[in-house]
Design a protein around this ligand. Sequence first.
Ligand code: SF4
Ligand code: SF4
Length: 422
Amino acid sequence: MKVMAQIAMVMNLDKCIGCHTCSVTCKQTWTNRPGVEYVWFNNVETRPGQGYPRRYEDQDRWRGGWELTGKGALKPRAGGRLRKLLNIFANPLMPSIQDYYEPWTYDYENLTNAPLSADIPVAPPRSLISGQPTKIRWSSNWDDNLGGDPSPDPVLAKVSEEVKLEFEQAYMFYLPRICEHCLNPSCVASCPSGAMYKRSEDGIVLVDQDKCRGWRMCVTGCPYKKVYFNHKTGKAEKCTFCYPRVEVGLPTVCSETCVGRLRYLGVLLYDADRVTEAASVTDERDLYEAQLDLFIDPDDPVAETAGLPSDWLDAARRSPIYDLIKRYRIALPLHPEYRTLPMVWYVPPLSPVVDALSTTGHDGEDAANLFAAIESLRIPIGYLAELFTAGDPEPVTAALRRLAAMRSYMRAVNLGDEPVLP
Ligand code: SF4
Ligand code: SF4
């Protein structure tokens, strides 16, 4: 057994209000520069929604294969053998700028310098990349509008129509995302220049700017699409887990500025000898358990004798991460089926019970009712399972039950009632 330390994050989705403070403070700190205008190391997605870049979860878009044309002929899908050959010269399997969004600004000069006239001057958005007026077709979080406005985008318009049909059942929550600093990072594996690397002391995944040659295989290779290309420098860039801050004992910028205080940072110990085995289990529904098996209790004697620096061992013991992920099993990994063994985990949102609305008029506030009716939560368990457990509803249901029990218990304590555990 080889015990290693990994810095990790757990986010409690019940607390995220979608204010984007984390995204803005991260951007001001790390990507407030030409060449990375469109880049958000931290972004907050509206769920359900297309994500950022849009449809990044549609993994068929980014990998090879052949498909049948309407006339019955075979043609290479994006990423097929032909594309793989072309990759020698270029790497076309990447999101386009329209998939992220075209960064823009208002034409403020027109606003302030327009000659006096009967009409109010308008300020059409101007692309920060081309400098030309932009015709915006998509931007992250436009999914917020799905419950209402008709969208000019045919895909969004269709979803919008479906959502409206079931408005009373509509649900929404926010999913903040950073690089997962995976235990088995495919960005590192796909980099032909050796520029992407995972630090052995804390597991942070970084890009060596001197070695990067701009092939962008990491952009293609990361299933979470969390590596970005700086079109001014010609190099790849990504979330650094704020390592200059972490190294001096400060939290990441997104954690420190999070309005909901929902980001828990800490150190996890894991068995590095079994990482490949865990990433290779046959059934993708077993990946969650396989990754859990890697984590080592920081109070286990094996951790004491592993030769880790004492401050890392202390950090692992003081950190809530092991408890949230493994002891209580209320945090789950994002898309474990990508097999990169992600290290940013999520406490799923405990939404109101739909039935409670019709019977009591309250939006599922009765915690005991909430516990009993966990299958009737407004956010479908199946949807959460697709996000967090490769479609297996059992671990999601178990996590939500524990959360409901804790809510019930704390509500009784706070009201001065006798707490009864369901
Ligand atoms: Fe690499 Fe992507 Fe994993 Fe981050 S999320 S470590 S960029 S594979
Ligand atoms: Fe959510 Fe916190 Fe980011 Fe606000 S700052 S969007 S609450 S994660």
